[in-house]
Design a protein around this ligand. Structure first.
Ligand code: FE2
Length: 467
């Protein structure tokens, strides 16, 4: 039986509290007594059939987090703002969020929100440039620089826009054109101006988080500057990165160099020398070290150099890889990669053009898209199209016009369809797909534990033993 949104919400609430109490080996009575709250109230919160007010939930969460080593984040479920699998925002709704900010007394940008969700760290905006320039100088006094921000930013350019970027004290100006894209690294100062006074000169500033914002950010903050800084290993060269990771994992086991060398059938001198020049370590030796340290060989790979040479990746439209989906024989979409994003922890930026729109409604059609990333989309094409998706057995369809945007949950099967089954028109979306907090480590853990364990993790509301 399919559960409605409210029932799922009650289960998620009861599940979070029950799991927290189970982990602490407390039943409802004990927890109520120790936290100084009513046992009836705790019982109601643990009962997935009972509606409970947000006020009561917050009161209990505060009491439990005060008494036990729990945080409110452990006890209050994130509200699901996309229960149908997709959440849309119309251009009109975006327009209602319009705000302008001045810099040095001059109105600089106009900001419009586009689709966002609580499920993943997207903060995508449409920014209109209000300052025009007639050169490409990074030192143009009309350019007002920001202080940089922690989120990565995939920028999609609409019209003729200058992109200013600062890295290691050096300033750059890139003349960007319609359809170009760039990914900027966190905390790099940047700015944008328009090179034209007519037409739409704007950017999609698709800011998004990697896996540090949220709980990891809280953990680092709680550890404090000195300890948090220790998680930054030496990544100055690939060799140094491998050596520092081996050290990090070796220290976890309190394993001496002598003991590690012995297990690898190496002398201490050989091992020490190999660690200063990790390139001399063979794949076989690295695998052996990984085995000894109880990590996967990939855990010892050098950290990717996400900053690159100048802290930004520029992708010109003319140079972007383009391919047909589902294939060249009968293409339905033309896909264009917006940036080489392997450096940005699994994020993917695409421009997708709907080429064909088969009239049938066969669910086995090959134009469905399905992937394990949180997806944001913005309609850049002039012509409308429908987003069709299937979630929990229900098929839904939503008309999207130019300027509309949407969020789609991972693994929701979806496709784009021309409303009139027309083959002509400009039907294009810019897509940004991110893994959220479910990266390679979590994929491994979920795969190892299996589907039943994951289902139980998110829905179990029972006590850890039967009384
Ligand atoms: Fe930005």
């Amino acid at each position: 039986m399919e559960l409605d949104h409210a029932s799922i919400g009650r289960i998620r609430r009861a599940n979070l509290i029950r799991v927290a109490l189970n982990d602490l080996k407390r039943d409802a009575q004990t927890a109520a007594c120790e936290a100084g709250v009513s046992a009836v109230a705790v019982g109601e919160l643990l009962d997935p059939s009972r509606d409970v007010s947000q006020r009561d939930l917050l009161d209990l969460a505060l009491a439990l987090s005060h008494r036990y080593p729990l945080s409110l984040r452990d006890l209050i479920p994130i509200e699901d703002d996309a229960p149908t699998g997709v959440r849309t925002m119309t251009q009109r709704e975006s327009t209602l969020s319009t705000r302008r900010f001045s810099r040095c007394g001059i109105e600089y940008y106009e900001y419009l929100d586009t689709a966002m969700t609580r499920a993943a760290m997207f903060r995508p905006e449409l920014l209109r440039m209000l300052v025009n320039v007639n050169d490409n100088s990074a030192d143009n006094p009309a350019v007002s620089w920001n202080n940089g921000h922690f989120l990565f930013q995939l920028t999609y350019f609409i019209g003729d826009v200058n992109y200013y970027h600062e890295f290691n004290g050096k300033r750059y100006c890139f003349e960007m054109n319609d359809g170009d894209a760039a990914i900027g690294m966190p905390y790099c100062r940047h700015s944008f101006t328009s090179r034209r006074t007519d037409g739409e000169n704007a950017i999609l500033a698709l800011t998004f988080g990697g896996r540090l914002p949220g709980d990891p950010q809280q953990e680092l903050s709680l550890l404090g500057p000195e300890l948090a800084g220790r998680f930054v290993l030496d990544g100055s060269t690939p060799d140094a990165s491998i050596a520092s990771k081996i050290d990090f994992y070796r220290n976890r086991l309190s394993l001496t160099i002598e003991e590690l060398a012995g297990r690898l059938n190496m002398t201490i001198t050989e091992l020490t020398s190999s660690l200063t020049d990790a390139a001399t370590l063979s794949d076989c030796q690295l695998k052996h070290i990984a085995d000894v340290l109880h990590v996967t060989p990939t855990a010892l790979q050098p950290s990717p150099d996400v900053r690159g040479q100048i802290g930004v990746y520029i992708a010109r439209q003319r140079d972007s890889p383009v391919w047909n989906f589902p294939g060249d024989a009968k293409p339905i979409y033309r896909v264009r990669e917006l940036c080489g994003t392997k450096a940005v922890h699994g994020a993917v930026g695409l421009e997708m053009t709907l080429l064909d729109a088969p009239a049938n409604t066969d669910t086995d059609r090959k134009d469905y898209l399905e992937h394990g990333l949180h997806q944001y989309g913005y309609v850049v094409g002039a012509d409308q199209m429908d987003l069709e998706w299937i979630h929990e057995g229900v098929s839904r369809r939503q008309r999207l016009n130019h300027g509309d945007s949407f969020y789609c949950k991972p693994f929701v099967k979806h496709r784009f369809v021309a409303p009139d089954n027309s083959r002509s028109g400009d039907r294009r979306v810019v897509l940004l797909r991110i893994p959220g907090k479910l990266g390679p480590d979590q994929l491994d853990e979920a795969t190892t534990l299996g589907a039943d364990a994951i289902q139980r993790l998110i829905s179990d509301t029972t006590q850890w033993y039967s009384a």
